[in-house]
Structure formats: structure tokens, C-alpha cells
Ligand binder design. Structure first.
Ligand code: ADP
Length: 354
């Protein structure tokens, strides 16, 4: 029997306060509606899906829980999707929490005592677990026991609590921030990569059917090309195009409607948004294309340097519009071409006579 995820500890399901892609969040109701419900529903990431299928088959045959699994990759690529699909495939319970809300070991206890044999505990943003909780979780993951200290001084004593054998699935956007001991406790690790345009188009087509919207094949490709390799962004652009068509046309999503919708949202043909273009334009206008330090750029744009590093630069680096050099950020010739701005002459005159 496939059960719905359950939430314990008197806390509501944790809204995921993860670093979000700059194109915003999918409304939670749609996020759940569009999320694949089985491994067969998952599009792309073939190598990862095949390895997870093998893990599932083996666990079913041996009637044993899955080994702990760490999923890493940028936001919106399917970490939560994989983490919730696996317990559904096994017909076991799934509890969901995240690193930042587990501020002390006691916050984790209700999840541990409620975890049934073979069930899954999904910890999103596991790199943000405080050190005390991280240390508390080591014996949990290794020996399925917790050591609880009671009292202080002479009266202090430790209680050992035996837990059921369950599976921790951790998700992180920053695997480099995980400590080695925590990383080593995950026997299985999978990295999710950006998606091909064809896979994103397939996700868009499937999701338009789920939403009951009429969408042409070309419109699906148009959305996919502008989705920065990320299913969550593809979903957001689909939802926006659908709203746009409902408001401005007859509800069908054609290429024409799609282009008009994305123009209104200021998303260009490669998926750059206003913030991305502002970054490149500032680099050109204020720093003559670079090199420029991130703090100087952030001041000029009046945006936090972290925001630029987390939300803007990764995509510009991937598109080859930006280079990070030891001297600072530099714009590339491809960015000038994309923005339709003439690059400065290769060897600018110095203005000196001698
Ligand atoms: P993450 O946890 O990595 O931030 P999610 O699992 O929340 O990403 O994915 C965001 C949305 O993108 C999901 O709700 C789902 O609709 C869609 N999605 C992600 N990966 C896939 C996939 N491989 N196939 C189909 N849809 C996907």
C-alpha cells in the first residue's frame, strides 16, 4: 500500500526554505500536483533512475530497508521528487524535515522514535544541520540507537534508545559543505545534473496534461529551451504561460502565446531574466566588462553578494557569458553578442602619445 508522507513532532510539514532559483517558487499546491508519483513518472536522469531501481529491487528481494542515500545538486532538479518517490515505491512511510528547523537534537527525537522499520526520513538541506544535531545523528545512522543524557553532575546518566532500522535520505545543494563524517555515513550518493531540452519538453508536456491545458509540441520546446535545464523552472514557466493564455487568449498554449507570456515575464530566448541581464549590463557599464570583484558588483547593483553568487552567477557561468578569474568577474564575447552590445576594441587605444 502506498501511504502519504506523515509528519511528526507536532510540527507542520516543513516549508522548504532552500535557496530558490531566481524565477521563484511553484505554488505549493501545484508543486505537489505536478511531482512524479513513481520512478516510471520521473523523466531524464536515466543513470540515476537505473541505479535507484536496482537499489529498490534489491531491498524488495531481501525485504530489507534501503541504505542511506545522499542526493545532491542545484535547486529544482528533483531531489525532493526522488526522496518522496522511493518510499512510495516501497509502500513505506516518509517523514520530511530539513536541516535549518532541527536546531537541537531534541527536535530530531520525535522523527526517530516514530520511524518504522524500512521507513524513510527525508532531511532536506542536510548541510545546514547544526553540529550538535549532526553528532547526534551519527550513531543513529550507524547503529540505529540514540544516546540521551539526563541530568547534570553526579546525577547525570545516559539512556540508550534502540531504534527501528530505517533509511535517511539527505538532500543538499552544497555537498561541499557537508562534513566528511556525515558524508561517509551515506552508503549511496547520487548527483543530479541539469536536464536536456528534450527531457524538459517531455516534463512540460506531461504536466500540461496533468493540468488539463492544451499545449502545442513547439510551445513545450519553447518553454524547455528557456528553463535553464531545471524542471522547477519549466513548471513555473508552464504555469505562467497557462495563466497568460487564460487571461489574454483562449486558454490554449501555442508558441505565439508562450513567446508573448515569456516576453511579459522578461525572460529571454536563453532563459536569462532581468536580474541576469542587469548583472551583465552593470559589468559592462560600470566595470568596462571586468575584471570586477563580487563585492563591488553587488554594491553597484544594490544586491547582496550572496544572492549574486547563489542565484545569478551559476547560470551565467554555465551559459559561458561570465568568467571567474583570479582578478575578478569578466564578461565574455558571447555575452556582448547575446545582449546586442558592441564589444570594446580588443586593444583599446591608451590615449597616450608616446
Ligand atoms: P529539488 O528538491 O531538487 O529542489 P524538486 O524535487 O522539488 O527539486 O523538483 C521541483 C519540481 O520539478 C517537482 O515538483 C517536479 O514537478 C519537477 N521535477 C523535478 N524532477 C523531475 C523529473 N525528473 N521528472 C519530472 N518532473 C520533475
Amino acid at each position: 500500500m502506498v501511504r502519504e508522507p506523515v509528519y511528526h513532532g507536532g510540527q507542520p510539514p516543513t516549508p522548504v526554505p532552500a535557496a530558490q532559483p531566481p524565477l521563484g517558487d511553484t505554488p505549493p499546491a501545484f508543486d505537489e500536483e505536478l511531482r512524479p508519483q513513481s520512478l516510471a513518472d520521473v523523466v531524464g536522469q536515466r543513470a540515476v533512475v537505473e541505479r535507484l531501481q536496482i537499489m529498490l529491487n534489491a531491498a524488495r528481494k531481501r525485504k530489507e530497508p534501503l541504505g542511506h542515500l545522499l542526493l545532491d545538486g542545484p535547486p529544482g532538479l528533483g531531489k525532493t521528487t526522488f526522496a518522496t518517490v522511493l518510499p512510495k515505491e516501497l509502500g513505506t512511510e516518509c517523514q520530511i524535515t530539513s536541516g535549518p528547523v532541527l536546531s537541537a537534537p531534541k527536535d530530531l527525537l520525535p522523527y526517530l522514535t516514530n520511524a518504522g522499520y524500512g521507513s524513510v526520513l527525508f532531511i532536506d538541506e542536510i548541510h545546514r544541520l547544526p553540529p550538535a544535531v549532526e553528532e547526534f545523528i551519527y550513531p543513529v545512522m550507524e547503529d540505529f540507537r540514540v544516546d540521551i543524557s539526563l541530568g547534570e553532575g553526579l546525577n547525570a546518566r545516559t539512556i540508550n534508545l534502540k531504534l527501528k532500522h530505517f533509511t535517511v535520505i539527505g538532500a543538499t545543494t552544497r555537498s561541499g559543505m557537508l562534513t566528511a563524517p556525515l558524508r561517509d555515513r551515506f552508503v549511496n550518493r547520487e548527483h543530479l545534473d541539469f536536464y536536456q531540452v528534450e527531457d524538459l519538453a517531455e516534463i512540460v508536456r506531461r504536466n500540461s496534461r496533468k493540468l488539463g491545458s492544451e499545449l502545442t509540441a513547439d510551445a513545450a520546446l519553447e518553454i524547455a529551451r528557456r528553463s535553464r535545464g531545471t524542471p522547477r523552472i519549466a513548471n513555473n514557466l508552464l504555469l505562467w504561460s497557462r495563466q497568460f493564455s487564460d487571461s489574454e487568449a483562449d486558454g490554449r498554449i501555442t508558441t505565439e502565446i508562450c513567446r508573448a507570456a515569456l516576453l511579459k515575464k522578461e525572460i529571454d530566448v536563453l532563459g536569462l531574466d532581468r536580474q541576469d541581464r542587469r548583472y551583465l549590463e552593470t559589468l559592462i557599464a560600470v566595470f568596462a566588462g571586468g575584471p570586477a570583484g563580487i563585492q563591488a558588483l553587488a554594491h553597484s547593483m544594490n544586491v547582496a553578494a550572496d544572492t549574486l553568487e547563489d542565484e545569478v552567477e551559476p547560470f551565467l557561468l554555465r551559459t559561458g557569458f561570465l568568467q571567474r578569474t583570479p582578478r575578478g568577474r569578466m564578461i565574455t564575447a558571447a555575452a556582448f553578442t547575446h545582449l546586442g552590445i558592441a564589444p570594446p576594441p580588443a586593444d583599446p587605444p591608451t590615449g597616450r602619445l608616446f
